[in-house]
Ligand binder design. Structure first.
Ligand SMILES: *[C@@H]1O[C@H](CO)[C@@H](O)[C@H](O)[C@H]1NC(C)=O
Ligand SMILES: *[C@@H]1O[C@H](CO)[C@@H](O)[C@H](O)[C@H]1NC(C)=O
Ligand SMILES: *[C@@H]1O[C@H](CO)[C@@H](O)[C@H](O)[C@H]1NC(C)=O
Length: 258
């Protein structure tokens, strides 16, 4: 009976593996959604501790996808990471800039964005994030604090004039206060980086949205959020009918072997 039982277990494992192998290929394997770094310009290949992460990136020091040098560099105006300047329409207000720094820390350092990583065909990165559910308060505060700063575009990923080596407003794009180009918080957070974010209706602390800002003394709240969405996506990926089919096969095996 012991041998038979072991045989059943092996067969079950084989069956599940076979069923799984038959799934349509998603950009990332299911086990790859948690604690991962995207394959982009400055990310480490794997997350790990970084004791000396700089200033606004320090919440990620227990486990980060960014190096110390990346965390330092991204706090500079026109950092060499992307040669991108926040000050393309005069000086950006410090109250506004700190949100862009935090957004960059999240992008470069977070190991919890796996569920939203997508492959892309871009010269400067192989993967991007898409539709990350940013907590609504983090987006609202970002928008409020930036209303008095100026910009000339609503999508900051494309359309710049790079002839000088950094991003300048193209001649046809006039500088206006932020709310001219981003009339609502949602317009800002969703559009600025081409749908990298999709503002969530969930609030900070709900465990259902990603926080750009958090107090590391209470741990990283985004770990739970990534687990929740990874499980939801995995459940959604199992085709209807497969579960019951596997169960009946297992029961039949048990019956045959008993
Ligand atoms: C940024 O500009 C510097 C020179 O000004 C150059 O050496 C560097 O390669 C540029 N970096 C990127 C990411 O384009
Ligand atoms: C790009 O910027 C340069 C100056 O840096 C300017 O001479 C040129 O006209 C600009 N081109 C466009 C399309 O805005
Ligand atoms: C978002 O949440 C608010 C209040 O919590 C609710 O009134 C509203 O219907 C929600 N919207 C969506 C689209 O779920």
């Amino acid at each position: 009976m012991d041998m038979a039982w072991q045989g059943t277990q092996l067969l079950l494992v084989a069956l599940v593996a076979a069923a799984w192998g038959g799934q349509p290929r998603t950009p990332r394997a299911r086990t790859d959604l948690l604690n991962v770094c995207m394959d982009a310009k400055h990310h480490k290949t794997k997350p790990g501790p970084e004791d000396k992460l700089h200033d606004q990136c320090s919440p990620w020091k227990k486990n980060a996808c960014c190096s110390v040098s990346t965390s330092r560099e991204l706090h500079k105006d026109t950092s060499l990471l992307y040669n991108f300047t926040w000050d393309h329409c005069g000086k950006m207000e410090p109250a506004c800039k700190r949100h862009f720094i935090q957004d960059t820390c999240l992008y470069e350092c977070s190991p919890n964005l796996g569920p939203w990583i997508q492959q892309v065909d871009q010269s400067w990165r192989k993967e991007r994030i898409l539709d990350v559910p940013l907590c609504k308060e983090d987006c609202e505060r970002w928008w409020e604090d930036c209303r008095t700063s100026y910009t000339c575009k609503s999508n900051w990923h494309k359309g710049w004039n790079w002839t000088s080596g950094y991003n300048q407003c193209p001649v046809e794009a006039a500088c206006h206060p932020f709310d001219f180009y981003f009339p609502t918080p949602t317009a800002l957070c969703n559009d600025i980086w081409t749908q990298s974010y999709k503002v969530s209706n969930y609030s900070r602390g709900s465990g259902r949205c990603i926080q750009m800002w958090f107090d590391p003394a209470q741990g990283n709240p985004n770990e739970e959020v990534a687990r929740f969405y990874a499980e939801a996506m995995a459940a959604g990926a199992v085709p209807h009918g497969t579960g019951p089919l596997l169960l009946s096969l297992a029961l039949m095996l048990l019956w045959l072997l008993s």
